[in-house]
Design a protein around this ligand. Structure first.
Ligand SMILES: NC(=O)c1ccc[n+]([C@@H]2O[C@H](COP(=O)([O-])OP(=O)(O)OC[C@H]3O[C@@H](n4cnc5c(N)ncnc54)[C@H](OP(=O)(O)O)[C@@H]3O)[C@@H](O)[C@H]2O)c1
Length: 312
C-alpha cells in the first residue's frame, strides 16, 4: 500500500514534492492543511489533493494520513514535528530542522518510542549527482580543502527568511547546505568560525564561515543579496572536484580536473520521499538519521554564536 502523505502548510517548496508524484511512487499526496481553510481548499483543488483541512491540527487528526511533509518557517519545525509524532504520523520535515541539538534528540526519542519514521529534508543528499561526487572523490587523493557557496536573491518582500523569530537568515536557509556538504566530505568539525553581515529584520543577510576538521579547513559563503550560485569545490592532493550546481535541482554534473562526468539526475525530492517510505516499510533506516541531524544542528548552533566547538 502506498504511504499517504499530507502537506502541512501551503509552502512554495511543496511544488517540488507535488512534482515528484508518479504512478509507480511508493507515496501519494492525499491532503493539505493550512492556517486558512479557504487557502487549503483552493490548494487542494489546484493540486488534485483529496482533502483540505483548515488547520494543521485537523490535518494531524486525519486518520487517512500516514505521514506529513512539514515545510514551515524554520522556527516552527520542531513544534509541529513533535505534534505530528504525538498524533502518530511519520514525518519528513524541511531543513534546517533546528539549531538546537537537544530538540533533535527530543524528536528522535518520541519517534522511536512510537515506532515512527523521522527524516530531515536535505534533498541534495538523495541526488544521484551527490552520489557521483562521492564516487569520484577518491580520485583526487587526500582532501586538502573544501569550499562551497550558496547565494540567491530573495524575491518576496514578506519572506519569513527575513524574520529572526521565524528562524530567518542566510546561514540557516542556505549556509546549512554548505555545512551539510563540508560534513559529508570531511566528517565532524572540531572548530568553527563565522562572520555575518546583518541586514533586514536583523537576520544575517550574508554569512561566511570556516569549519576546521583537524588539519583541513572548509570554507563557505552564503547570502540573500546575490544571484544564484550553488557550487562545491573539493581540492585534493592529486586533483580537483567541482560541482557547479550542487544544491538546487542537481543536474547530474560533476567536474573531475575540469573533465565533465554525468549521471541521470533523477528526481531528488522523489528519492527523499522514497527513502522515508522504505524506512516506514522497515526495509532500511533513513539516510539522514539521528546523529546526522544532531551533528548538523550542533554545527549550525556553533556557527551562529561563532565560537569554538567542544568535542562531540
Ligand atoms: N529542500 C528544499 O529544496 C527547500 C527549498 C526551499 C525551502 N525549503 C525549506 O522549506 C521550508 C518552507 O520554505 P518555503 O520557502 O517553501 O516557505 P513559504 O513559501 O514561505 O511557506 C511557508 C508556509 O508556512 C506556513 N506558515 C505558518 N506560519 C507561518 C508564518 N508565521 N509566516 C509565514 N508562513 C507561515 C504558511 O502556510 P499556510 O498559510 O498554508 O498555513 C506558508 O505557506 C523552510 O524550512 C525552508 O528552509 C527547502
Amino acid at each position: 500500500m502506498r504511504v499517504r502523505f499530507g502537506l502541512l502548510s501551503t509552502a512554495a517548496i511543496n511544488g517540488a514534492v507535488l512534482g515528484a508524484r508518479s504512478a509507480d511512487a511508493s507515496f501519494e499526496l492525499v491532503a493539505v492543511g493550512s492556517r486558512d481553510g479557504a487557502r487549503a481548499e483552493a490548494y487542494a483543488r489546484t493540486h488534485g489533493l483529496g482533502r483540505a483541512h483548515g488547520s494543521y491540527g485537523d490535518l494531524l487528526a486525519d486518520e487517512n494520513v500516514d505521514a506529513v511533509y512539514i515545510a514551515l518557517p524554520n522556527a516552527l519545525h520542531h513544534e509541529w514535528t513533535m505534534r505530528a509524532l504525538a498524533a502518530g504520523k511519520h514525518v519528513l520535515v524541511e531543513k534546517p530542522y533546528t539549531r538546537f541539538p537537544k530538540q533533535v534528540d527530543e524528536a528522535w526519542d518520541e519517534a522511536e518510542r512510537r515506532g515512527l519514521v523521522l527524516e530531515e529534508a536535505y534533498m541534495w543528499r538523495h541526488s544521484a549527482q551527490t552520489r557521483l561526487m562521492l564516487d569520484l572523490l577518491p580520485r583526487i587523493g587526500e582532501v586538502r580543502a573544501v569550499h562551497s557557496t550558496f547565494t540567491a536573491t530573495l524575491a518576496r518582500e514578506d519572506d519569513p527568511r527575513w524574520v529572526q523569530e521565524l528562524g530567518g537568515g542566510a546561514l540557516l536557509d542556505l549556509g546549512c547546505y554548505c555545512v551539510s556538504a563540508a560534513r559529508l566530505l570531511l566528517g565532524e568539525p572540531d572548530g568553527v568560525h563565522g562572520e555575518a553581515r546583518i541586514g533586514r529584520g536583523s537576520v544575517d543577510e550574508h554569512f561566511a564561515g570556516t569549519l576546521r576538521f583537524g588539519d583541513v579547513v572548509a570554507t563557505f559563503q552564503c547570502g540573500f543579496t546575490s544571484p544564484l550560485v550553488d557550487e562545491i569545490e573539493v581540492i585534493g592532493a592529486e586533483g580537483v572536484l567541482r560541482v557547479p550546481h550542487a544544491f538546487v535541482n542537481p543536474p547530474g554534473v560533476v567536474l573531475l580536473n575540469g573533465e565533465e562526468h554525468r549521471v541521470e539526475p533523477g528526481n531528488a525530492y522523489g528519492a527523499e520521499l522514497e527513502d522515508v517510505c522504505a524506512a516506514i516499510r522497515g526495509e532500511r533506516s533513513v539516510l539522514l538519521g539521528r546523529d546526522e541531524m544532531r551533528n548538523q544542528a550542533r554545527t549550525l548552533a556553533a556557527l551562529l554564536i561563532r565560537r569554538r566547538l567542544q568535542p562531540p
